[in-house]
Every structure is written in C-alpha cells, then in structure tokens.
Design a protein around this ligand. Structure first.
Ligand SMILES: NC(=O)c1ccc[n+]([C@@H]2O[C@H](COP(=O)([O-])OP(=O)(O)OC[C@H]3O[C@@H](n4cnc5c(N)ncnc54)[C@H](O)[C@@H]3O)[C@@H](O)[C@H]2O)c1
Length: 375
C-alpha cells in the first residue's frame, strides 16, 4: 500500500517534492502545509490534496506515514528543526531537506531524537542518487578503483563580476557563513559516500572584491583539504558565483584509486573511467600517460537537468520506508547529514583560525557498527 505523505513548506522545493510523491507509486500525497495560507492553498489546488496552515493541524487531521520537511529559513536551514522535531514526536518517518539545520546543536538534537525513538530520519542528499554515481558505485564494488588514493571535488555556481548582485534577502544577507552552511552538505555528502568518514579538515576561504565593495559579508570561495579515515586524501573547491568553473563544469568529482579513476561531470550527465596502467582493461600500459592505451569507458546519460536527482532520491527514501529498513540502514540518513554538517562547522572553525587543522566533532555511535553491537 502506498505511504501517506504530507509535505511541510510549499516553496519551490516543497512543490518539487510534492510532484515527486504524486508521480511515485510508493507514495500517496494526501496533504500540504505552509504557514502562509496562499502558498498552502495554491499547492493544494495544484496537487488536488488538502491544505493546512500548520503541521500540528495537519498531524491532527491526517494519518500520515511520512512527513516531508521542505521549509528553508536563514541560511536555508533554520526552519527545519521545529517541524522535524514535531513530526518525530508524533512518531512519523521524516524526510528533511538539506542542511539538517544551520545550527549544529539543533542538528545533533534532531538525529538524537530520531535515534531515541527508533524512527527513520532521512535527508535529501540527492547529489549521489544519480545514474552516474550508481555507475561509480559499481566501479568501486567491482574492484576497478582499488585502494582509494584521492578524491577531487568542484561544486558550486558559475559566475563572475559581471553577474554578481548583492542578495539582500534576509535569509542570506549578513550571514558570512551562508554558503558553507546552506551548500557544503552537498559536496561533502558525495565525498563521504565514496571515501567514508573524515578525520581532519583544513580550510582557506575568501570573497572577491565585488562582494567586499557591496558590503556583502558572505565568505563565498572555499578551499578545503580533507583526510579520510580510510587514508584517502580529499580536496574540495566550492564557490558561489565568484568565478566560472572550467573543466567538468559546475559539478565534477574525480575518485582515484590504485586500479583506476573515474570522473563524474555535471552531476548527472557523464562519467568517464580510466583503468590504471596494466589493469585488465588497459591495452598498452606504456601509453597510459597520454590516455591512449584503451580501456577508457564513457557513459553519457544525455541528462542535464539537475531536477532529475529529486525523484530518484525521494523514491529511494520511499523504498526504504516501505521495506521497513532499520534507521541505520536508511540511505542518506540523518546521521549521514549530521556528519557532513560536522565537517562544515569544522571548516568554519579552521577558516576562523587561519587554516588550522581541525578534527570534526565525533558522530553519535552507529547502531549498525559491529563494534557497537558487540558492546
Ligand atoms: N536538495 C537540493 O538539491 C536543494 C536545492 C535547493 C534548495 N534545497 C532546500 O530546500 C529547502 C526549501 O527551499 P525553498 O527555496 O523552497 O524555500 P522557500 O523559503 O521558498 O519555501 C519554504 C516554505 O516553508 C514555509 N515554512 C517555513 N516554516 C514552516 C513551518 N514551520 N510550517 C509550515 N511551513 C513553513 C515558508 O512559509 C515557505 O513558504 C531549503 O532548506 C533548501 O536548502 C534543496
């Protein structure tokens, strides 16, 4: 039977989620909710469901299986805490937009609240729910990447001084770390998906002259060096329209190991794999340096619309809830989203201390970890 879903927060993203639930056989969208009645009413009419003006009211009248929280707020995250906690207190499975919160203490509380109740809390870490990432997963699972050596990630917004305009929206203006908090969840989640937990973070950051002249406090260009527990090394460059990305476009991710390397371009569009010299697929190891030895594989999906990530990620969440997975087996769960927020706050800490080496705050124990099960 389809899961009964209510969506909270009917801005652009709430409407996108509502469309995904409407189109997905695993879900039945039954209600939408927004504090602004006109937004709730417009979405209710569009999707042919009931409108509510508060989550409490929606929970009182509807027997929901899933509450999907798509509110935003300051730094795109300050309005997630309240409805998520309210839905967890009502015993619901919750899908929350990213970042879990713009406040790390709140994010820790959200994850603890779900764990204490044994409830499913997922986060919309949609950037690795793609055909290209799935192909990357397959290269890793098949041993075609081997022991991890490094990952390189560039993700953000292309632009420059001709396109810059101060964003005076009160959700963004005067928040120096809005780009860190609102955005870095995405690239960190992709890096952690492939390389695992991070043990050390070092960050340098800047904002260009056009921002300074406009009195814009946003620290918008971010350079982060990571050490993973696995031994792999990582580098992330993220910026918010300060410059234009070159090779790989707005979103490129390269994972290199002792047996091969893959690079995903434009998130959903393309993945290329290069076998290491001498690997089974490589024709002539001596020619590898020039990329001419053969064995190179390219998958071009032809998809360029980033919106295609939403139905895939939301379907995975609905699938996990339907299958009754345990909270720690939920894909892109609250703990995963907390991990990347801890890296974000570690990066801010490092930047504020001149690029000092910072160890991210420890995560709560993973109940699926054999060391935890063994007591
Ligand atoms: N995963 C992604 O790729 C992706 C992309 C863009 C944005 N986002 C995230 O989506 C979220 C929403 O973004 P948006 O641009 O649609 O925001 P928005 O501000 O346009 O919409 C949020 C809506 O939530 C409503 N709201 C706030 N608190 C509420 C509450 N307690 N109960 C009911 N309604 C409430 C507001 O009135 C508003 O209409 C943000 O957190 C953002 O970070 C995710």
């Amino acid at each position: 039977m389809a899961l009964k879903v209510g969506v909270v927060g009917m801005g652009g993203i709430g409407n996108q989620h509502a469309q995904c639930h409407t189109d997905d056989d695993l879900a039945q969208l039954v209600a939408v909710c927004d504090l602004i009645p006109a937004k709730a009413d417009a979405a209710a009419e569009k999707f042919g469901v009931k409108a509510y003006y508060s989550l409490a009211e929606m929970l009182r009248h509807e027997d929901l299986d899933v509450v999907d929280v798509t509110t935003g707020g300051y730094e795109n995250g300050s309005w997630h805490f309240e409805p998520t906690m309210e839905a967890l207190e009502a015993g619901k499975a919750v899908l929350c937009e990213k970042p879990l919160s713009n406040d790390i203490t709140e994010a820790r509380q959200m994850v603890a609240a779900a764990a204490d109740r044994g409830l499913l809390l997922g986060c919309n870490l949609n950037h690795y729910f793609t055909e290209t990432a799935q192909r990357g997963d397959q290269y890793v699972a098949d041993g075609q990447v081997g022991e991890l050596v490094y990952c390189l990630h560039k993700m953000g917004f292309s632009g420059g001084e001709y396109t810059y305009g101060p964003n005076k929206n009160p959700r963004w203006w005067n928040f120096p770390y809005a780009h860190f908090k609102a955005f870095l969840t995405h690239p960190f989640s992709v890096m952690r998906h492939y390389c695992g937990d991070v043990t050390h973070v070092q960050c340098f950051a800047n904002r260009p002259g056009v921002r300074r002249q406009a009195g814009d406090l946003m620290v918008s260009s971010v350079s982060i060096h990571l050490q993973f527990q696995s031994g792999a090394l990582g580098y992330l460059l993220s910026q918010r329209g300060d410059a234009t990305y070159g090779l790989g476009g707005w979103w490129s991710f390269e994972l290199a190991g002792t047996r091969g390397t893959f690079c995903i371009e434009n998130c959903i569009e393309k993945i290329t794999y290069w076998p290491a010299p001498g690997a089974g697929q490589a024709g002539d190891p001596s020619k590898m340096a020039g990329g001419a030895a053969g064995g190179i594989e390219v998958m071009d999906t032809g998809i360029t619309d980033f919106g295609a990530t939403f139905p895939r990620r939301i379907h995975a969440f609905l699938e996990d809830v339907t299958n009754g997975v345990s909270p720690h087996n939920l894909r892109a769960n609250g703990r995963d989203a907390l991990a990347v927020l801890e890296y974000t706050f570690a990066a801010i800490d490092s930047y504020e201390n001149g690029g000092a080496l910072v160890r991210p705050h420890a995560l709560p124990p993973n109940p699926g970890d054999p060391k935890v099960i063994a007591g």
